[in-house]
Design a binder for this molecule. Structure first.
Ligand code: FAD
Ligand code: SF4
Length: 510
């Protein structure tokens, strides 16, 4: 017998493993405490993963494959991946063990160690999901000092002939239309309501609760919106192409109290669990755009393609290039704890209240909410990146370490000292006011600087620049901000610093 392992994020319906049914192959999938407990997850994340795994296992069984599936409460489930595997090898006289390359360093290490410890032969193969392999990015940037995403993205466009007019020129005459993507949402267009999947997740929700798994957030079984099988994932992609692509780029950076998703695709869970392939996603969106060029401009599709073949593949390459050291980086020497309100949403700062409450309710926030609200505040208050990582890894349904840590520790917290981002993504309240309607309903006044009612982001911003001068003042992209700081009169700076320090010491009072 041959034993093949399928991890919870390896639900690739089109993997070559499944092209033939072989009676000598056992597929193994398991819901395990090892995976529910390594960080405190959002309850919707656990439920969506388990439901997707169950659907995938049923699909394989219907095709005639032999699947052993351990639910969380299966009597034989030892709750540890390697203990389960060792038991199965013994029970089924397994002669060969096979697995697909895990995307997380911790699982990669665990499985390598396991294979070295067993007496039978073993082999590992690709998940056939990503466009690049683990080391392509490292080869691309070999000998370079900076890992500029834009150059990697252009290479990806050329390599996969995506939106190219010939082998070297980008369609539309430009590689990047990002400067068009800066609109504030004022309700100018109708966003059609997405069809409900009517997924009954109550049995899994109860299982999680009965087993006392510590979770965050809430789940509403009657309103569960995550796609958990191939058909639903394809429907989500279809819905995006037909209804959202038209303004994807325009409102990519916008935030609004009434709209959680705006024109974002909500495809990251389907992609990260491998139920959708990145190439099929961009191919379908491009095909839709080509048929509707009269109403969908190139900046919408280019922005979307860049996220998937650019940022997503880039982050994965950086992860495998820099791990395991990446997980320890704290280049800005930040050591403050994450405020309690990140777990409750109870704060008078309206932007944070909305983004955190939405995340607890849905397991979702879009990129700018993660980067410029929760990430921005954590960085300005000089929070330890370990604590920031733990929060992001737990709260979002799409959070798997390879893409979470590079975005959080790298892009958002600048804890890698500039591997991913060329400068820290920080802002005072004025950017938030420009891109959202949060400030309108806030207890604080965005236009005020240091008064009792002034927006906390304002003082935190200048205090951060002042305190991190040693780390940042050689960064060309920060020079304008440092010139402004240098021009600030000392009285104002002292007032900013006093207020910032009070906020940092008493975050839950704000
Ligand atoms: C602090 C922080 C933490 C993040 N953590 C995660 C995470 O754990 N998992 C995750 O998948 N993404 C993460 N992101 C990236 C991004 O925010 C999400 O991919 C996106 O919000 C998912 O929503 P969507 O599917 O509607 O994306 P859309 O805006 O519709 O974008 C389309 C797709 O592009 C990809 N994409 C977009 N931006 C990025 C990016 N920066 N890196 C990698 N892929 C990207 C995603 O697959 C996404 O589904 C994080 C970003 C920040 C700033
Ligand atoms: S005023 Fe400041 S704290 Fe309030 S919503 Fe605006 S940016 Fe956030």
């Amino acid at each position: 017998m041959k034993l093949r392992l399928l991890l919870g994020d390896q639900l690739n319906y089109n993997h070559s493993w499944f092209t033939t049914v072989d009676a000598n192959v056992i597929y193994f999938m398991a819901e395990m405490r090892q995976e529910t407990d390594y960080v405190t997850h959002h309850i919707q994340k656990i439920v969506a993963f388990f439901k997707s795994m169950r659907n995938f296992s049923e699909h394989l069984q219907k095709q005639g494959h032999h699947v052993i599936y351990y639910s969380l409460d299966h009597p034989k489930n030892k709750q540890s991946l390697t203990d389960n595997l060792a038991q199965l090898i013994k029970e089924n006289q397994v002669k060969h063990f096979e697995y697909q390359l895990p995307d997380e360093y911790r699982l990669d290490q665990q499985l390598q160690k396991f294979c070295n410890s067993i007496k039978i032969s073993s082999s590992v193969c690709d998940t056939e999901h990503f466009l690049t392999n683990r080391t392509d990015l490292a080869h691309f940037f070999e000998g370079k000092k900076q890992y500029t995403m834009e150059f990697f993205y252009r290479y990806m466009r050329k390599r996969f002939h995506i939106m190219m007019v010939n082998d070297k020129d980008p369609e539309g005459g430009k590689w990047n239309f990002d400067h068009n993507n800066r609109n504030k949402w004022k309700g100018a267009h109708l966003i059609p309501i997405k069809k409900d999947f009517f997924t009954n997740v109550t049995p899994i929700e109860n299982l999680v609760k009965e087993n006392n798994i510590k979770t965050i957030g809430s789940v509403d079984s009657k309103n569960f919106t995550w796609p958990t099988n191939r058909k639903e994932c394809l429907e989500t992609l279809d819905y995006f192409c037909k209804n959202l692509l038209i303004h994807f780029g325009d409102y990519q950076d916008a935030m609004h109290t009434n709209e959680y998703y705006l024109f974002h695709s909500n495809l990251s869970f389907a992609l990260n669990t491998k139920q959708l392939h990145p190439k099929e996603v961009v191919d379908k969106a491009i095909h839709y755009w080509r048929k509707n060029k009269d109403i969908i401009t190139i900046s919408q599709i280019e922005g979307f393609v860049r996220q998937i073949i650019g940022w997503r593949e880039y982050m994965r390459g950086i992860y495998w290039l820099k791990m395991p050291n990446y997980a320890q980086l704290n280049e800005l020497a930040n050591h403050n704890p994450l405020p309690d309100f990140y777990w409750t949403g109870t704060t008078k700062m309206n932007c944070l209240k909305h983004c955190i409450t939405q995340s607890l309710k849905t397991g979702y926030a879009h990129h700018i909410q993660r980067l410029m609200i929760t990430g921005n505040y954590a960085l300005l208050t000089q929070t330890h990146p370990d604590q920031v990582d733990q929060w992001y890894l737990g709260i979002y349904n799409d959070a798997i370490e390879w893409v979470e840590i590079t975005n959080t520790r790298g892009m958002s917290q600048f804890a890698d000292g500039g591997v991913v981002a060329t400068k820290p993504y920080i802002s005072s309240g004025s950017y938030i006011n420009k891109m959202s309607n949060y400030c309108k309903g806030c207890h604080y006044k965005v236009s005020q600087k240091t008064t009792e009612n002034a927006c906390p982001f304002n003082s935190l911003y200048w205090n951060f620049l002042d305190e991190k001068r040693l780390f940042l003042n050689k960064n060309q992209r920060m020079s304008m901000m440092y010139r402004l700081l240098d021009k600030m009169d000392s009285e104002t700076l002292v007032a900013h610093k006093k207020r910032a320090q009070h906020i940092i010491a008493n975050p839950n009072d704000y």
